[in-house]
Design a protein around this ligand. Sequence first.
Ligand code: ADP
Ligand code: G6P
Length: 468
Amino acid sequence: MAERSSFVVVANRLPVDEVMVDGERQWRPSPGGLVTALHPVLAQQRGTWIGWAGGDGEAPEPFELEGIKIHPVPLSAEELERYYEGQSNATIWPLYHDAVETPVYKRRWREAYRLVNQRFAQAAADVAEQGATVWVQDYQLQLVPAMLREMRPDLRIGFFLHIPFPPIELFMQMPFRAEILRGLLGADLVGFQQRLAAQNFVRLARHLLGLRYEGQSIQVDGRKVKAGAFPISIDTADMERMAADPAVQARAKQIRAELGDPETVILGVDRLDYTKGIELRLKAFRELLADGKLKVPEAVMVQVATPSRERVEHYQTLRVKVEREVGRINGEFGRVGMPAVHYLHQSYSKQELAALYVAADVMMVTPLRDGMNLVAKEYVACRANGGGALVLSEFAGAATELRQAFLCNPHDPDGVKDALLRAVGAEPAELKRRMRVMQRHLRTHDVAEWARTFLNELGVPDTDATPA
Ligand code: ADP
Ligand code: G6P
């Protein structure tokens, strides 16, 4: 039987993925902002992380990683297709991101979602000590809080949604909407990235289930369920340290040299996801080249597009579109040995990403909708010299905090072009001023503060599970 814990995190993803290399098991960091944020939080305490190890079939045995007890949960090939790729990433993901792609609804996906949520809830019930705190994460596991409460009423249950929570009109499309809502209401505290999302949630509880609320507190079966906004962040000090590392600084110089020492390096770093606005960013760059406002080789763009959810159709279509656009730009504006866009469909180490951030003059973060966007925060934290410009979509959660970025509306191509040009042409003193204000904000609003604030609101005393 697995060792019990007083602090348990339940997330679809573990911080590492199991990969088989020449028949041998290896672990590599798993993608995405959830893992980036939670890893340092869990590493500070001896908690348990329950999640999926990335493959199908039997789950690996529980093991320990950097002081975190890792408890893998298995998914069969069919569950992977129906629960993960289907219900989580072809239904809920697009619906919660303003339906920027059309959500697909299938009954058999919902059944798999229920079954897998039950498995995660059971795993948490098995490893949690009496009276433990269990913190459930994200849209893949929205039924877990209620399922877990049913099995273990002694637990303190928190839920945090890393992605946006849609307005009532959109949420109402979901075929098993009341079940999802009841699932979330099993928690004592439901956290969101934004104040508006928390408001959507409490209003929905009244609209759909007729529940009464006062402020952000909903009355459910004689209990109080609190909702609130807890904007997630990064380990700012760690990122700053990494960027200052002489090896990273040297690598950044080398990257610029490899790019032909251009005047302006424009960077994009995203999972290859249709919510991220990668195509519109490329199009803005192409039009500025066509207008003669930017020129190759003085300006070059680097787009890192991390492989993601590759068997989901929306993602396959996006990859074709993005790669076609990259080909078009390079065909029209590149020269031999001098592409206009360097496109990298690969994963990188944290150090290599930090070197890219240090090397980039302009960072483009242009999602059509994003819960937070940690890439934007990572870029700011890496710019210790005070230079560099962040072009940021108003539709990223990060825009609420990073007000000194060059904000733009990603639905307005001219607005994006204008923000990019302003960023390229801004005076160094202005860039420094903007960057300093954002850096100061991130130093106090880091991921440890996020976790502490959430857990305190959940009623966990500082000394217990909250990071120092
Ligand atoms: P999302 O969670 O939707 O992927 P975020 O911007 O919030 O978006 O988080 C993405 C995280 O993944 C960041 O911490 C970023 O550094 C990391 N990341 C993005 N691309 C890569 C890559 N190619 N290799 C390794 N890590 C990456
Ligand atoms: C976003 C989601 C996470 C997810 C990550 C990577 O950050 O909020 O829950 O883990 O993307 O996506 P993946 O499907 O590869 O886990």
